[in-house]
Write a protein that binds this ligand. Structure first.
Ligand code: HEM
Length: 582
């Protein structure tokens, strides 16, 4: 009896405290999110917003960062985990360079993917990372590796990529360009990492299937699929709203965690087999790949697991990045005939200067001379960065240059995708695809600060494969564009993206391919259509009837397509006609 009033009293106190807490938190957060960006709720933090916008995570976070005064937002995740997302170049310089030691990958990131990557360069900090970085930087900068890369790219283009596009052009078969490019880069990076040719493009991309270096028990697609599955499932671990759910799945080893274990085991056992045979290979110096370089360095421990981890890290780092960049590039190009023409003109100029013909592979110096192409690819990555966000963990309390306080243990993410859409960085036309913004007056491609354009990361951990990536991407684009026209059916609808470690296109990029005809009639036709386009634009802007008549005349003498009278159809007609192949 006596206890009852005490219980009621305690309950009352509890209710009052809870209401006060909820009120203060709501009141507090509704005011605070105006400055910190992300609306926060008691206990749940920003989770409701995240769940509502999960399918458009990058655009949602971009909108919020754009509204923040310094392009930096604070995110309260459920159960008091806090973090910062920033698109501010000064903050990025601080975390990736000036105060590098304070922003490692961190235990949380490392523990999420260590069953796949072990202590590999991509997944380690401190001394473990430094040792691998030193070895890998040395290897990436050797002349022999550069030649090896050039040769691999040449072989892959000539014997697989071009034949598979040729077949598609001949048969009219539609291709998933993203898949073709992913197969290309997987073949390429496996050659680079351990001189193994999985022949994924030859076997599944429509080209000829050749003999491979693979063990007969493991077909090429199996290894690629195991790698792909492991990467997809492991990146899914980052998007759990509640990490304890992942822990339960891991503990009981069911669902995606069970599948992940199987695919990791396939990848690991394959890599170990190659490593063992290479270590005992007496002709080690005949191999020029990274694994052989690592084995050949005397001070290396050469433990099988060390080598396995570094090789798998490199395959992961180089696998989907170039294919992601080129998939978005080809989509952007499909609705910009003037950019396509500028690239073709540049290629022609280089061919004429060096006495080359269409189909010859370009050497390093010629690739370096492709400034417009370099600009066009860099611009595509500005809008669609292959690694759209990247996260570090704060080691000790700190204050970022824009004044944002960061506490020990917070996750700090830089948002390269949002940065490409910031007027503060790129001006009012930031959302437009304009390769010209990269060109200097003399037509060379200008250098951009890595902190405004952190596509390849920055500071001591800057991407090691940047040069290799440009070699690969420019060689592919030049060879494909010279010989083929890529038709993308739905080119005016922006494809949806898939959130994984890299920015992939949801559903791939279905295309059809035509052989490009290079003759004087085609060139003349293209030129006349350009002229019709200029008249048409003038006619529309100035309501100029004479320009309209000229456009109509030039168009109808060049093209068999029907003409349009209405102003809007009129422009569409001319724009379409630029691609017209009648
Ligand atoms: C367009 C292509 C590429 C882009 C945009 C790109 C971007 C990046 C980014 C953002 C990072 C930092 C990741 C992190 O630490 O969280 C990185 C690291 C790295 N990249 Fe690339 N990359 C590309 C191609 C390649 C290629 C082809 C290779 C080599 C095969 C490569 C090798 C590496 C390595 C080894 C690291 C780890 C460096 C370290 O932690 O010290 N990358 N890259």
């Amino acid at each position: 009896m006596e206890l009852f009033p005490l219980q009621s009293f305690l309950l009352l106190i509890l209710l009052i405290s809870l209401s006060l807490y909820l009120y203060l938190h709501f009141f507090d957060s509704s005011n605070k999110h105006k400055h910190t960006g992300f609306k926060s709720y008691p206990i749940l933090g920003a989770l409701p917003g995240f769940l509502k916008n999960r399918h458009r995570f990058l655009d949602w976070t971009t909108e919020i960062l754009t509204s923040c005064p310094t392009s930096t937002g604070i995110v309260n995740r459920p159960i008091q985990i806090r973090g910062v997302i920033t698109a501010n170049p000064a903050n990025i310089e601080h975390m990736l360079k000036t105060n590098f030691e304070n922003y490692p990958k961190g235990k949380r990131f490392i523990s999420l993917i260590e069953d796949f990557l072990g202590d590999g360069i991509f997944n380690s900090d401190g001394e473990l990372w430094k040792v691998q970085r030193k070895t890998a930087s040395y290897a990436f900068n050797t002349k022999s590796l550069r030649n090896f890369i050039m040769e691999n790219v040449r072989v892959e283009i000539e014997s697989r990529l071009i034949p598979s596009l040729d077949i598609a052009a001949e048969t009219g078969r539609r291709l998933d360009l993203q898949d073709v490019l992913e197969r290309f880069s997987f073949d390429n990076v496996c050659k680079l990492a351990f001189n193994v040719d999985p022949n994924c493009l030859g076997s599944g991309g429509g080209g000829k299937s050749e003999s491979t270096d693979f063990d007969s028990n493991l077909n090429p697609d199996q290894f690629m699929h195991a790698f792909e599955e492991a990467t997809t499932l492991i990146s899914g671990r980052f998007f759990y709203a509640f990490q304890f759910m992942l822990k339960i799945k891991k503990f009981f080893n069911f669902g995606s965690e069970w599948r992940l274990k199987q695919s990791i085991s396939t990848v690991h056992s394959f890599a170990c087999k190659i490593i063992k045979s290479r270590i005992s290979d007496e002709q080690l110096e005949d191999h020029q790949d990274l694994l052989s370089l690592f084995i050949g360095i005397p001070e290396n421990t050469n433990s099988s697991n060390f080598l396995r981890d570094i090789v798998i890290s490199i395959i992961l780092a180089g696998r989907d990045t170039t294919s992601s960049a080129l998939t978005w590039f080809f989509w952007l190009l499909s609705s910009r005939p003037h950019v396509e023409r500028a690239i073709l003109n540049e290629l022609e100029m280089i061919r004429v200067r060096n006495g080359k013909s269409i189909g010859d592979i370009y050497d390093l110096d010629e690739l370096r001379d492709m400034h417009y192409l370099h600009a066009a690819i860099s611009e595509a990555m500005r809008l669609y960065p292959p690694v759209p966000i990247d996260t570090r963990e704060c080691l000790n309390d700190d204050v970022l240059p824009d004044g944002t306080a960061v506490a020990k243990g917070w996750l700090v993410t830089y948002h390269a995708y949002a940065m490409g859409r910031m007027e503060r960085i790129w001006g009012t036309n930031c959302r437009e695809y304009l390769p010209e913004r990269w060109l200097t007056e003399d037509g060379t491609c200008r250098h951009e600060s890595v902190f405004r354009y952190p596509i390849f990361h920055a500071g001591p951990r800057i991407c090691l494969g940047k040069d290799l990536a440009y070699i690969q991407m420019k060689s592919i684009v030049a060879s494909v564009m010279e010989r083929f026209v890529i038709d993308i059916q739905d080119r005016d609808t922006c494809p949806e993206y898939l959130l994984s470690l890299t920015l992939r296109m949801k559903g791939g990029l279905p295309v059809s391919v035509r052989r490009r005809r290079f003759n004087i009639v085609e060139d003349l036709k293209a030129m006349l259509l350009e002229i019709a386009g200029v008249y048409a634009t003038h006619a529309l802007r100035q309501s100029n009837k004479i320009a309209h008549r000229h456009a109509r005349y030039v168009f109808s003498t060049t093209c068999k397509c029907s003409w349009f009278e209405e102003p809007l159809d009129f422009v569409c007609g001319v724009l379409l006609s630029e691609k017209c192949n009648c």
